[in-house]
Design a protein around this ligand. Structure first.
Ligand code: GTQ
Ligand code: FE2
Length: 379
């Protein structure tokens, strides 16, 4: 086995510095022994393995909506959608994650595109998913046989293992964004996937204004008495813009009337929740809509876990770590773990930001932290 260390994937270098032993022939021999036996001592790795706080491998990055839509529409002309490829979805690839189709270490974010009359075939998977529509209409997503309309501003969760297909019933193409926990599922090796039927039944290809799920679950504060258990995944399949918009408008109006219901002055925010539990709508993904008054700004904060934002409406400036961008409708950007973030609306119009992140994972593990600028950071 004299050559084992040449083939070993373990490579150890003697390093000078605090906590490191003095280099010597005996130490060299010890390290070659570690390599042969596939052993790595903590003292050579501690800085990277156990940093004092998260040091994300991901970068802050911005994708412009006009480029995303332009490339997605070219794909609409050139690339068929069907069994095998499954979806005409194009993922944001963080520049620091080795070319993998990951917006962040845990989150997938993609633009998906369907031409008039096209169908994306039925399938199901363990990954939790949602759709969010920044503009357009005409696509119905069919979840467990329930056709759900998708229109501007709507948020549509699809928790894992629900059968789903999409069809464009309109005469125009339509784009929307998908968020999934694909990278998290990949690292944790917890994925399952099944193909469904290639064609839906005519009854499922209908285009109702309201889905069955909304007719059962879409009444504020009311639940069907036949369903008394807290359901792990949301039964409500569409959160409509009219409701989200009203909730944000009311928060800012109440702030004007002297009531403290906003997150900070001029910054209203709502979270999409499971109506049976009040908790995050998806087990792994938190989703929120934020609104800044014209001229208003968020506090600066950082938190454990990564976020993806999409500008829903308005114009403004966002800061992510050292980066600063002027943003407009549809632009998408990433905030890596523990990197400070703040946003400011332009002087003339409110800024609406859709956001999703992986906070439910860290909350479940009791490792979530949020630190606002100016706070001590004590937890
Ligand atoms: O629409 O079912 O962007 O399964 C990635 C995986 C979308 C979908 C994505 C998916 C889907
Ligand atoms: Fe899917």
């Amino acid at each position: 086995m004299s050559n084992a260390s040449a083939l070993s994937p373990v490579r150890l270098k003697m390093q000078a510095g605090p906590g490191q032993p003095e280099p010597s022939p005996a130490l060299e021999q010890l390290y070659r022994g570690f390599e042969q036996e596939l052993l790595v001592p903590l003292w050579t790795e501690i800085g990277d393995l156990m940093p004092p706080h998260p040091r994300s491998k991901a970068s802050p990055h911005l994708w412009r909506w006009d480029r995303l839509v332009d490339l997605a529409s070219q794909a609409g002309r050139l690339v068929p959608v069907g069994r095998g490829g499954e979806r005409r979805a194009i993922a944001l690839a963080n520049p620091s994650l080795g070319g993998k189709p990951y917006a962040t270490p845990t989150l997938w974010a993609a633009i998906q595109y369907l031409m008039p009359g096209e169908n994306a075939p039925e399938h199901r998977h363990s990954q939790h998913a949602f759709r969010f529509v920044v503009e357009g209409e005409g696509v119905w997503t069919v979840v467990g046989g329930d056709a759900v309309r998708m229109s501007r501003g709507d948020f549509l969760p699809q928790a894992g293992m629900n059968w789903h297909a999409h069809h464009n019933a309109a005469t125009e193409p339509m784009a929307w964004i998908d968020g999934l926990d694909i990278p998290f599922s990949y690292y944790t090796e917890s994925q399952f996937f099944e193909f469904g039927r290639h064609q839906l039944s005519p009854a499922e290809m209908t285009t109702p204004e309201r889905s069955r799920s909304e007719r059962v679950w879409g009444h504020p504060g009311l639940r069907p008495v036949s369903q008394t258990e807290a359901l792990p995944a949301t039964p409500l399949l569409a959160y409509r813009w009219v409701d989200t918009d009203r909730a944000l408008t009311e928060q800012l109006a109440l702030e004007d009337e002297g009531h403290a219901v906003t997150l900070s002055h001029g910054h209203a925010a709502v979270r999409f929740t499971n109506p049976t539990s009040g908790r995050d709508v998806l087990p792994t993904i938190r989703t929120e809509m934020h609104r800044l008054r014209a001229g208003g700004r968020t506090r600066t904060w950082r938190e454990v876990g990564s976020s993806v934002f999409q500008v829903f409406e308005g114009q403004g400036t966002v800061r992510v770590g050292e980066q600063q961008w002027a943003v407009a409708r549809g632009d998408m950007f990433v905030v890596p773990s523990w990197v400070p973030f703040c946003a400011e609306a332009g002087a003339d119009a409110a800024l609406d930001l859709f956001r999703f992140n992986d906070a439910p994972i860290f909350e479940a593990l009791h490792t979530h932290r949020v630190q606002f600028d100016g706070d001590s950071g004590a937890v």
